[in-house]
Design a protein. Structure first.
Length: 94
């Protein structure tokens, strides 16, 4: 039988605990970030538009904004990449 090759393949480990289930917290949904803020990409599976799962746990800097989403500049191996991520998948790193 042929295996699934979908975009959310291999994301079973992204399940959240019982205290984090339910609606997206409004504070996290509306959080504003500034240019050059350090952020971590932590995928929230309760929201459908997730970044590519390979970027789970990566940290980077805010490079710009498009609509309500942010470009995060991360280093992937030797390459610099910019990933477009919605704010509910971002958390500040101090």
């Amino acid at each position: 039988m042929k295996g699934s090759k979908g975009y959310r393949r291999g994301t079973r480990k992204l399940q959240v605990g019982p205290r984090d289930r339910g609606k997206v917290k409004i504070g996290r949904y509306l959080h504003e970030f500034n240019e050059e803020d350090r952020v971590a990409i932590t995928i929230d599976p309760s929201y459908q538009a997730i970044p590519n799962p390979r970027f789970q746990g990566k940290t980077g800097r805010i490079a710009g904004k498009q609509g309500r989403a942010y470009y995060v500049r991360i280093k992937d191996g030797q390459m610099q990449k910019e990933v477009l991520v919605a704010p509910e998948h971002l958390s500040l790193v101090k």
